[in-house]
Write a protein of this length. Structure first.
Length: 392
């Protein structure tokens, strides 16, 4: 029994020593002690609270007749901005901000920014209270040029799309789209798009610098200005010839994130070749109804006096749940498209709140018009007197 008592006493003493040693180690570590360095303390310091993304800054610039162009930015690198226009609190499921957009109807814009590794920002708000009457001009480019020389289109409204290898992979087109002043072969010193020195027209010119090689231009308002519900029109004079494909159209700002046709395409005017009788087409493209399945209507084939080579106004009235196409006057509507007109499975993207940008181009060749032939005259040019956007 004595031996057992001594053994138990020894065990209790060892246990107490072990507890004291552990306690000292914990105290030294917590105090950042040890070999005279604070590194150990820093390594187990409590994590710093997650910082919030900077609140978006909402700014406006004057458009026309009381309308404004709304822009947003965040100072947090890599931040994404989402917004609503109905006064509701925006989330990451709201409309992604991609491009400045026109506002002409009363609405409260609210925006939030998010960034990886940071908390969402506080909500920024902008209230547009004064309505602009429907039918009022709110944005336009009249292609004014006072330089006395052929000039580039206004770079606050238009940018050039240029591709060294052209759009051969898109619709089997044949042209190379040249940027302003580009002389990278096959582009030359003769511009493919310019505002005339004396006529006040935008010229988009398809050229054939050498046999079988074609250059042209494609300009758009992407990242500069976009619009939602509105009436959009352009006064144009079109080239006619085998393989020529002029177009005036809109794409969703979100084309780079959701792709085509999910972004939605609105073709206000397309024309191919030199058909007899003459006609132009107004078409919509979307998921489940694109390409030849997209709802499309022709104008002109039954109008004896219509010739696309004459000056005409081509327009679209975009309203909630409806798109209408017209020629020369908004009262001359030749096609109306609504979601109920679509085939089963088609997804109508034109009421999702995302803005759309304008594109003007003159393509050469492609799966729709076919290739130019010996009857096609180059250079061929599309003339644009103006592009206008009205409140709707």
């Amino acid at each position: 029994m004595k031996k057992i008592g001594v053994t138990l006493k020894f065990c209790r003493r060892q246990t107490m020593n072990l507890l004291l040693t552990v306690s000292c180690l914990l105290l030294i570590t917590a105090c950042g002690g040890g070999a005279g360095s604070g590194a150990a303390g820093a390594a187990i310091a409590a994590p710093v609270s997650q910082q919030a993304t900077s609140t978006p800054v909402i700014t406006t610039s004057a458009a026309q007749n009381g309308a404004v162009i709304v822009s947003m930015r965040s100072t947090t690198t890599g931040a994404s901005i989402y917004y609503s226009t109905d006064g509701s609190a925006p989330t990451a499921n709201a409309i992604p901000y991609i491009s400045p957009f026109l506002v002409s109807t009363p609405q409260t814009v609210k925006a939030v920014a998010t960034a990886t590794g940071a908390m969402p920002s506080a909500v920024a708000s902008y209230n547009f209270a004064t309505p602009v009457a429907s039918g009022t001009l709110i944005w336009s480019d009249e292609f004014t040029n006072t330089t006395g020389l052929n000039a580039a289109p206004n770079n606050q409204a238009w940018q050039f799309e240029s591709m060294a290898t052209g759009f051969q992979t898109v619709n089997s087109e044949l042209e190379v789209y040249c940027g302003w002043a580009s002389q990278v072969s096959p582009c030359t010193s003769t511009p493919n798009a310019y505002v005339g020195a004396t006529d006040g027209y935008l010229h988009i010119v398809a050229q054939q610098p050498v046999s079988g090689t074609y250059t042209s231009a494609r300009v758009n308002t992407a990242g500069l200005v976009s619009m939602t519900y509105s009436r959009i029109e352009a006064r144009m004079k079109l080239p006619e010839g085998q393989g020529l494909w002029p177009a005036f159209w809109l794409l969703g700002n979100n084309v780079n994130s959701v792709g085509w046709p999910a972004c939605g395409e609105m073709d206000i005017m397309e024309h191919i070749n030199a058909p007899v009788p003459d006609w132009i087409a107004g078409t919509l493209h979307m998921t489940g109804a694109s390409g030849s399945a997209g709802p499309s209507s022709h104008y002109g084939a039954t109008v004896a006096s219509f010739a696309a080579s004459d000056w005409h106004i081509y327009g679209m009235i975009w309203s909630k749940g409806m798109v209408q196409f017209y020629v020369d006057t908004p009262s001359n509507i030749y096609a109306t498209v609504q979601p109920s007109d679509l085939p089963a499975g088609a997804v109508w993207p034109f009421d999702a709140g995302q803005g759309r940008f304008i594109i003007l181009n003159l393509a050469v060749g492609g799966s729709w018009p076919g290739s130019p032939d010996s009857s096609t005259v180059f250079p061929a040019e599309m003339l644009v007197d103006y592009v206008r956007v009205y409140a709707n």
